[in-house]
Design a protein around this ligand. Structure first.
Ligand SMILES: Nc1ncnc2c1ncn2[C@@H]1O[C@H](COP(=O)(O)OP(=O)(O)OP(=O)(O)O)[C@@H](O)[C@H]1O
Ligand SMILES: [Mg+2]
Length: 312
C-alpha cells in the first residue's frame, strides 16, 4: 500500500530502446504528491517517451515505472482510471463534436448521467468551447482542438494529470486560464506532470523541474534553487559577433556565458564592472545592453547547449 506521501510517479533506471535508438537511458524520477512537476529538455530528449511509459502506452525496455505505487504494465486499468493525460498528439474523434468527445470519454471512465453531462458542460465552459461545442472536431482550429484534448484529460477528475506540451498553440488568454486551472487542481490535491518548452511557464508554474538530456535527468530541483545552484544571479545580454568576443571581453572571458547566434549572455554576481568595461571598449558607440535576473531559460541553455543539432 502507498502512503499519502509516497511518490505518485517513481521511475528507476528506466530505459527505452527503439530499433537503433536509445530514447530513454537509465532515467530516474520521483514525483511527490500534490506538486506541479515539469519535465524539460531539448527536442528528442525523451520527454514524451517517458510520459508514454508512465501512461502505459509504451513499455520500458528495462527498469521500473510505478504510478500510485503500482507497476504500470501490470495494473494498466487501475492506473489509468486515476490518471488524466494529454499527449503531444491530440487523440480526438474528428467526426464527432467536442461535446460528444467529452461524453464518449466520460463513458469510457464509467461516468453516468447526470454527472457525465455536468462534467462535460463544466469543461466546455471552462475552455470556452461553447460556441464550437456541436461542430465536428475536424472543423476546429488547432488551438480549439488542443483545448478539447486538455478538457478530455480532466473528465475523470484525475489524481495525476499528465500534460505533454499542453500550451503549445494556445492563445495567451487561454494559456493563462489553463495555468490558473492547473494551480487550482494542484491546490485541490492533484499532482501535475507537465512538459513544456516555455521556460517562463515552467518557472512560474512548476514547484520542481527535471531537465532531461539524451534520455537522462541531468538536473532536478525547484526552479529558483536550480537557477541559484547553476549560474550567477545577474545576466548581461548584448549582441557581439564571435570574432569580436575575445577582444571585447578581455579580462571577462572566463566568465560563464552562453552564445545564441550573435546574442551573448554573461552570468555574474555584479554586472557593474563588465558594463563599464564594454562602454570603454565601445567608446562613443553605445551598444544596447540588457541587464536582468538570471532565469530558468539561461539554466536550460547553459546545460543543454544552444544549437539546432539537439539529440534527435
Ligand atoms: N516510435 C518510435 N520509434 C523510433 N524512435 C522513436 C519513437 N518514438 C520516439 N523515438 C525517438 O526517441 C527519441 C526521444 O523522443 P521523444 O519523443 O521522447 O522526445 P521529446 O523529448 O518528447 O522531444 P520533443 O521536445 O521534440 O517533443 C527521439 O530520438 C525520437 O526520434
Ligand atoms: Mg515530446
Amino acid at each position: 500500500m502507498s502512503s499519502p506521501d509516497s511518490p505518485v510517479v517513481e521511475a528507476k533506471a528506466v530505459s527505452k530502446k527503439f530499433a537503433d535508438r536509445v530514447a530513454v537511458d537509465g532515467l530516474d524520477l520521483q514525483v511527490s504528491p500534490r506538486l506541479c512537476f515539469g519535465l524539460l529538455g531539448p527536442n528528442g530528449a525523451g520527454k514524451t517517451t517517458t510520459l508514454r511509459m508512465i501512461y502505459g502506452v509504451t513499455r520500458p525496455t528495462s527498469g521500473m515505472v510505478r504510478v500510485f505505487g503500482m507497476d504500470v504494465g501490470r495494473n494498466l486499468r487501475a492506473v489509468r482510471s486515476r490518471l488524466g493525460v494529454t499527449l503531444q498528439q491530440n487523440a480526438l474523434i474528428e467526426a464527432l463534436s467536442p461535446r460528444a468527445n467529452l461524453l464518449v470519454f466520460g463513458r469510457y471512465h464509467l461516468l453516468r448521467q447526470p454527472e457525465l453531462s455536468r462534467r462535460a458542460e463544466e469543461l466546455i465552459d471552462f475552455f470556452e468551447l461553447r460556441s464550437h461545442a456541436d461542430l465536428p472536431v475536424r472543423q476546429l482550429s488547432g488551438g480549439f482542438q488542443r483545448r478539447l484534448a486538455i478538457a478530455l484529460s480532466l473528465m475523470n477528475q484525475p489524481e495525476l494529470l499528465v500534460l505533454d506540451e499542453p500550451t503549445t498553440g494556445l492563445d495567451p488568454a487561454v494559456r493563462l486560464a489553463l495555468w490558473s486551472r492547473i494551480r487550482e487542481l494542484r491546490a485541490g490535491g492533484t499532482t501535475v506532470l507537465i512538459t513544456t518548452h516555455y521556460m517562463d511557464e515552467a518557472q512560474r508554474l512548476c514547484d520542481r523541474v527535471a531537465i532531461i538530456s539524451a534520455g537522462k535527468v541531468i538536473r532536478e530541483g525547484a526552479p529558483e534553487n536550480l537557477i541559484a545552484a547553476t549560474l550567477a544571479p545577474e545576466t548581461v545580454e548584448f549582441d557581439c559577433s564571435s570574432g569580436e568576443e575575445a577582444s571585447l571581453l578581455d579580462g571577462f572571458g572566463s566568465m560563464r556565458h552562453v552564445r545564441v547566434g550573435r546574442r551573448l549572455m554573461l552570468y555574474l554576481d555584479d554586472s557593474t564592472s563588465l558594463i563599464e568595461h564594454i562602454r570603454r571598449r565601445d567608446q562613443g558607440d553605445r551598444r544596447p545592453i540588457v541587464v536582468r535576473p538570471t532565469n530558468l531559460e539561461d539554466v536550460f541553455l547553459s546545460l543543454t547547449g544552444t544549437g539546432l543539432e539537439g539529440n534527435s
